[in-house]
Structure formats: structure tokens, C-alpha cells
Unconditional design. Sequence first.
Length: 522
Amino acid sequence: MHTPDSVITIQSPFGAFKVESYPNPSNPSDIHYVVFFYNNATKETFEVHGTIAIFYITLVRNNVATSDFPIADTREYLADKSDSISYLSQYSLRWNQATNNVVQKFYKPFNPASVTVASKLHEFDPAANDTLVAFSEEYTIGSSALTLTNWKNVAGLDKWNGSIKPRSVGMPSQILLHETAGETNLSFGGISHDGDTFFIPHFCVNNAASDGKGAITQFVDIATHVSHGETLNSRAIGIEFVNAPIEAFKVDANKRIIIPLQPVFNLAKSDKGIYVVTKLAGLSKLFIPLEFSSDESPNYYELALSKDKLVNFAALDAGVGPSKKKILFEDGENVLLKYVKSDKFEHLATLVNFLATNGLVRGVTTLADESVWKPTVNVAGTHFYIMEHITKQFGQTAHLFVDTRAPGVYTHFEISGHFKKVGPTKVFDPGHVDGSLQALYLYLKFVRGVPTEAILQLMITFLTLGKTAAEAAGLKLTSKLVMDENNIITVAISPKDQKFTDILELDEAAIATVATIPVASP
């Protein structure tokens, strides 16, 4: 039994509220309250109840345009099971059983420099600086191989406030993989911006520290909407990965490449990984970051490839590290690289797996599910990995060949791109090309069960060997969505067919020789 509320009104452009109350059957004077919220974007309904509901109603009552809406059901608090917590769009509300009080914690990074009450210095900051923060709760990532650092005690972050928004769709349901297009670590002071708009990722997998431990920086709570991935911003957790996958060249004042070419990253001279010639038209050369050992540690392994596919052969042949340790050995037309490992890829794997297994990405519960990986396509048992933009322009519209509203792991190739104004006309910008190496690594690890020491060798094989018959023929897909020149995305009423040719056929025989998981059925 319940008594519908007829006095308090709560309205929101994001959905519809319903407030109800009912007496405790064993104690009629004990009135319970519950708030239901229906999200227009996701078609989901969430419940907030008890003392949290009363506190929440007090915050938003009679607000005709509230954006503080529930994004999950009330549940047990992570750090103390006797307490309860509700996730809202801009903050969490935690009920403490011992005091019957409700604590509000905002997701935006709090700025210690602007505090006025000393006792509340870290009320909205993480309690520790080495925890992963999700919906104001803190998790210990639990890996001795890496250190995670959040924004605790970082001053000046109030300048980000205008760039941090609530997610209209509630909890994130996607992971978007980026690369920084650079070789140096991404810091809090290094976040790029256009005026007052800051382009903030949620995480960055940085280079290892001097002691060899991996380093991940978290910039904002994963609950927040920040600008990192174009039309996926409202749904995706953005993860940067320090790497310059392709060479950039210096340009003049008119943005024309200076002739003779003057490379920015000097990847052909790098000893921080391998710069390989690929079979892909759009990415004819790719840099894969690696770590090389100064000793013959058992944690390292070997990689083989054709000499003519290794652009930075001379740099690696000269030795690596301060001692110029010899790690490259020639065998006719091939080269063997010894004492190699890929810790940074493994640190990314640890982070992505942690987000999924802790239920922090709605709809992405197991990374072993092939449908989670949006760059992959299974055609009658043959698996393809797409490494070109999966959005193509047709006149004044652009067709999307992947449903970018679905939960999953994405790279910039699956992002829809956008129309932008250049002079009096609007032109389509397909977006960036980063994240594909990382997603391929993770797919081979989590879906196909390839052990760490074999993943990179498979990646090199797929990228550098001659085109298979299926790759040469191309892969035809049918569009799912369409984007108009105002960047509004709708279902494709008149779908288009498109052939994709920058694809990798994932050789099942090669995978089977090293994998621990059998091939999935089509």
C-alpha cells in the first residue's frame, strides 16, 4: 500500500519522476518514501528509497528543470555494507546507519585552494590519492605492477568545472580507447583546452616510473560527462594511452607541411618500440611502444619480423638503453628482437578489466564477450578487425556502420565523426585514428585467450604480412545510423552498403597455436 505524493513536484528535461510514500506494516507511524525516475534516453527506471529519498526530495523539490536525477538503484555502500548509497547524475548520496545522516559527495574534482572551511578541506575529494574513483566511491586497483593516482590535493581544478557535466544517459556503458599522439606523460597541467573548454579524459595510461612500475592517472570521476570522444562523450569512459602511433611533420604558418619533411616524433630513430610498415592504406606505418630489458630477465620474450618492415631498424640495431644493449639480431631477411615486453599494454588491460569486473560500465560485464569489441566483425566464422573509419559521408549526411549507442569497447575508428563549419559550408570530419592497437591487443587477450608473450607477435604478423584474399576483396557492411549536417544521429531508414578494405583477417590457425580459448561460433 502507498499514498502517492500530491504536493511535491519534481520535473526534469531528462525524464519523469514519481514520488510515493507508505507506512511500515509493523509500525504505521514509520513512513517510508521512494522516488522512481524514468530516463527518457535509456528507457530505464531507477529507485531511490528511505532516508536518501527524503534528503533527495528536499534538494530538488519544486525544481522545474532539475538535472540531478537517479542513475542507479539504491544499494549497499562499498566500504560499509550497513550503509546505503544512491548514484545521482551530479553527486552521490550516502546514508550512514549509525547517525541516520545522508552525505552528499559531488563528482567534480574539489579544489582545496578555494575551500573556506578548513574542516571540510577534502569533503568532496577522494580520501586517498591512490584509489580509482567511481561515483564517489573508492576502489583499490590491487596491482603491485602499477600505481594509480587520482586528483586528491591537486589545486586549481575548479577551472575544469564548466567542462564537467552530468551524463544524460546515466551510468557509462562504453569504454573509448585513445592515444595521446605524443611520447610524454599526460599530467593535470597538460590537459588541452579551447578557451574555457577542457578536453579531459577519465584516465591516462602513462609511461612507467623510474622504478619500473606502471603509472595510471585518473583525472575525474567516471560518473562525469567530459569532452574526449565526440558523440560518445555522454556514454563513454575515456582512456588515453601514451603513444604516437603515426609520425607528424612540422608545418608552416599556413599549416602546410614543410619540405623537406621535418618529423616531430622521429619515430624512425626511436628505441622505445617498433615502427612497422603495414598492409593498411590509411595507416601504412604504425609505432608500437615496447620496453626492452637491460638483462636476460625471464619476464621478457622475443619478436620476429621481416627486416624491410622495421622502419627503425638502424636505431634498434645500435642497441637500447644507456648501455646500448644489443637486442636486435639478423637472420637473413628477418630480424629477431630479444628481451622485449609490453607492460604498458598490460597496465591498460588491468584498468579495463577492473572497470568491467566491478560493474562500473553498464552492459559490459565480461570482456570475453566478442560482441563487446566494436572494431571486430565475425562473418561466417571468419573474424575481421577493422582499421578504418566506420562512418562514411554520402552527400550531406554520414552513415554509421556500427551502432555507437550500444555498450562496448570502441576506438576512434568507430566514433561517428562530426560535421564542422569551414567558411560558409559544413564539411564532415571523420575524426581521429587512435586506439586501434590497444583494442586489438585487448581483444586477443580477453576474447581469444592469447597469452601475453604471444599477443604482440600475432599483431605484427597480422599487420605486416601480405594481404589475404579476404582482405583484398574487402568487407561489406550495412549502415545502422545516419548523421545529418547538424550532427543529429537517427536510425538509418534507408541503409547504405559500404566496402571496407583496411581490415585484418585474424588468422584462426595462427591464433589457435597459442590461444587458450577456442574460436567462437559465428
